[in-house]
Ligand binder design. Structure first.
Ligand SMILES: Cc1cc2nc3c(=O)[nH]c(=O)nc-3n(C[C@H](O)[C@H](O)[C@H](O)COP(=O)(O)O)c2cc1C
Length: 205
């Protein structure tokens, strides 16, 4: 099939995109409103975008009614009505159901933490709490929000980093089998990451 994206209905474009850009890591974003209400939501338009400074980005679609998702409102800079800070918790096997549950929409100011079986713990630097069950958490400060049509790409600098002690050795090597991150595939499908291989001298072994 040869496809000109412009000629495809946006819903089909979305379907084909999330079926072909796979697997995607999942940012489980905890944020807080200026009045102190916590929020938690997953985003798989997500990746690392630099390490000097350490930067991560995720992209937020509008709500079906065109308004902004709670996460976007919260991570906007203070001058734009947000708190300009948030935590990206990594989505892992042990709480993948809660990740999916947290994507259910709630009225602004109502916290997903009150509805799903996960706990909060204070972050070191940012006001937003991190997910206590998360083995890796990136405390971020919003650097830039880039509009992409009706979407908004949130680029954040990681100003503090939590990695659970048992996952990392003295050479900063991460035990990714133990970390057990989850990837998002097409539709409601996810993947495990426990089937790995090494490429040495150009050959898989
Ligand atoms: C695994 C997963 C990945 C998702 N990725 C995105 C994404 O990249 N961008 C987006 O706008 N919504 C994404 N969603 C939907 C949001 O999580 C959902 O709209 C959520 O209700 C937003 O919450 P908020 O209004 O509290 O910010 C995803 C949902 C799931 C389950």
């Amino acid at each position: 099939m040869e496809i000109t994206p412009e000629s495809l209905d946006p819903s089909l474009r979305y379907k084909l995109l999330i079926g072909t850009v796979v697997p995607r890591p999942i940012a489980f974003v905890s944020s807080i409103s200026p009045t102190g209400k916590t929020n938690l939501a997953p985003f798989s338009y997500f990746n690392a975008v630099g390490h000097k400074p350490l930067a991560l980005a995720f992209s937020v679609a509008p709500k079906p009614d065109g308004s902004e998702k709670d996460t976007l409102r919260n991570v906007r800079p203070v001058s734009e009505g947000g708190t300009g800070e948030y935590v990206i918790n990594l989505a892992v096997e042990s709480y993948i159901r809660q990740v999916a549950e947290a994507s259910e929409p709630l009225p602004y100011g109502e916290s997903e933490f009150d509805h799903i079986d996960l706990t909060t713990v204070s972050s070191q630097v940012v006001k937003a709490p991190r997910v206590a069950e998360s083995p890796v958490a990136f405390e971020c400060r919003t650097m830039q929000i880039v509009p992409i049509g009706t979407f908004n790409l949130v680029i954040g600098e990681v100003i503090h980093w939590f990695v659970r002690d048992d996952l990392i050795d003295e050479n900063y090597r991460v035990n990714t089998q133990k970390l057990a991150p989850i990837g998002r595939m097409a539709g409601n499908d996810y993947c495990y990451t426990d089937r790995q291989f090494t490429i040495a001298n150009g050959l898989p072994r």
